[in-house]
Design a protein around this ligand. Sequence first.
Ligand code: PLP
Length: 384
Amino acid sequence: MRGLTTGLAADTAHGAVVPPVYLSSNYAYEEFGQRPNFDYSRGGNPTRALLQDALATLEGGAGATVTASGMAAIGLVIETFVPIGGHVVAPHDCYGGTWRILDTWATRGRLSVDWVDQTDLDDLREALTRPTDLLLVETPSNPLLRVTDIAAAADIAHRSTPTPGRTVVAVDNTFCSPVLQHPLGLGADLAVASDTKFLNGHSDVVGGSVVAAGTEDAEALAYLANVTGVTASPVDCWLTLRGLRTLAARMRTHCDNARAMVEVLTGHRAVRAVHWPGLPDHPGHDLALRQQEDFGSLLSFELAGVEAVRAFMTGLEGFILAESLGGVESLVCHPATMTHAAMTQAARDAAGVTDAMIRMSPGIEPADDLAACLTEALDRAAAA
Ligand SMILES: *Cc1c(COP(=O)(O)O)cnc(C)c1O
């Protein structure tokens, strides 16, 4: 997969197979008045530039900006494309931090937001009759794994702008990564990611990125990233570039492990519901089959109630109870009290996040070991 080998054996100084990390904050001018390729690392850094090239190649875009976190990337998209008083349409069940940044800016009068169930294209069409600067899509969604039709959503947004402006379509591609899904190929203008998750994949970096389909958008993002100083550190970029080398292999194993966990969950009496696009009765199954290379590894399931959740978590082996996802290690979390705690109860209810729900991010450990640990925990939940 082109992109995964970016920077390898490209070192002109010593022929290093693995590119060095450039920590220097500044770069010498060889001659008076002659600006070097890089001058100051906030705006440009050779290590960050390699990661940006790799991500732009993987997503099929004109250019990328790598930021200090996924939220910094989403904040940068808002700053770049939503004017003061502008309007955003976002998923009603988006990532908790995305909900929080939009809610915070809306509360302070920076912008207005419509929260829409984007799996219903009629609702989306209706929302976009209002002049909209930014359509934010997140698919599959968190934690219910609802699937939104990127091509249809982008088409509706691009056709329906009843203003002189334009509706920029940004897809949060964190859950699939460019190995499983190509938003820009489906008509989106931007692919946003929390690099913290699958892209780095080793739970040792917080980072983010925006890849733009068009050169002008890529330049506008790079400009404002330098202006606001949200760019990522060279060490984080170097680690993410190293993580990226194994992305394709990791995604394969993540998806296979998800399949194995779903088999355990669907066959166990403690489980009331399983949400994963790979299940034929999942509402987004056919769309995921078309739109994605595989069904992804994130899944969620529901037990009988909070007491069953407590029994499941108490003594749990093989899975770490922690926020985040997409690392080589298997995680579980309780969205209502963890990842989605920043949402109001009403917002959680609207998004379908129940107190009996557990989200799982299977890692890349042997599936048999994980299945044994999961079965033990479900047995405890059933007895609670
Ligand atoms: C984690 C996450 C973010 C935010 O990224 P950070 O790196 O934590 O700032 C945004 N969107 C999705 C889907 C995420 O999972």
